[in-house]
Design a protein around this ligand. Structure first.
Ligand code: IPE
Ligand code: IPE
Ligand code: MG
Length: 249
């Protein structure tokens, strides 16, 4: 989107977040309110995914991370997990053309190896196909959990110490960041959670150190581009201090 158009929306193109992350919550409650099966909520939620990916791309934000399935979500009823995997597969196949046209690169954060074989095949295919796209990065957090991610990083660093590649006192914050699924990625500037819960639920706990948090009561299937723009306006009004003071007097 051209910068004049972004200004027309009330946004400053210079102050857009580089990386937005979203905890897409509330599909089940959306369905319950309508006396429908939870799976219907997930179906509607996947339509919101499509529209918000398009909106973020249009706004010119470089990276979007969507929390789609947590390490804890495996403990949901089997039918629900199965339905979520089916929807994920459908999304990976149906959105391929769209990702190519919109120049979006897909990335997976999480335990890929835990996903069913057919899903792994489709994710690999989409990730490969979109590898050289430059317009935006779309991270799907799948079977993702911060604690699992940090545990893996600790193990890998311990192994490097054991084999003499590094000394314990050489382990730095940068080195830890480089052993996470998000290696080489900027931390999220803004984390949005839908459906009104005030928690991170094991999402990007290391990376969220200085993220701005925004909680909306809107359930994910009802979330729109207009609300996203309102949240971005609010984000631009915030004073991000990173623990420092603005000016010394
Ligand atoms: C978010 O919606 C989708 C996933 C966690 C996969 P929920 O299914 O958690 O919806 P609620 O929180 O029960 O309403
Ligand atoms: C967080 O939502 C996980 C995803 C959105 C994928 P949950 O619904 O699983 O989180 P809790 O149970 O409310 O903390
Ligand atoms: Mg939930």
């Amino acid at each position: 989107m051209k910068s004049e158009k972004i200004q027309d929306l009330g946004l400053d193109p210079e102050k857009l977040p580089v990386h937005i992350a979203i905890i897409m919550d509330g599909n089940g409650r959306w369905a319950k309110k309508r006396l429908m099966n939870r799976v219907k909520g997930h179906e509607k939620g996947s339509k919101t995914v499509r529209s918000i990916v398009g909106a973020v791309r249009e706004l010119g934000v470089g990276m979007l991370t969507l929390y789609a399935f947590s390490t804890e979500n495996w403990e949901r009823p089997k039918v629900e997990v199965k339905a979520l995997m089916m929807l994920l597969k459908r999304f990976l196949v149906s959105e391929r053309d769209e990702l190519m046209t919109r120049d979006i690169r897909l990335n997976i954060l999480g335990q890929k190896e835990k996903l069913p074989g057919d899903i792994q095949e489709e994710t690999d295919k989409t990730v490969d196909m979109t590898r050289n796209n430059q317009g935006m990065v779309l991270n799907l957090a799948l079977s993702y959990g911060s604690r699992q991610e940090i545990t893996l990083a600790v193990r890998s660093l311990a192994q490097k110490v054991l084999s003499g590649l590094i000394r314990p006192d050489e382990i730095s914050e940068e080195m830890i960041s480089d052993h996470l699924y998000t290696r080489q990625m900027p931390d999220p500037d803004l984390i949005i959670r839908t459906s009104g819960e005030f928690r991170l639920s094991n999402f990007l706990m290391w990376q969220a150190a200085y993220s701005e948090l925004f909680i909306t009561d809107t359930l994910w299937p009802d979330f729109t581009k207009d609300e996203l723009i309102e949240i971005l306006i609010n984000f631009q009004e915030r004073d991000r201090r990173f623990g420092k003071v603005k000016c010394s007097t």
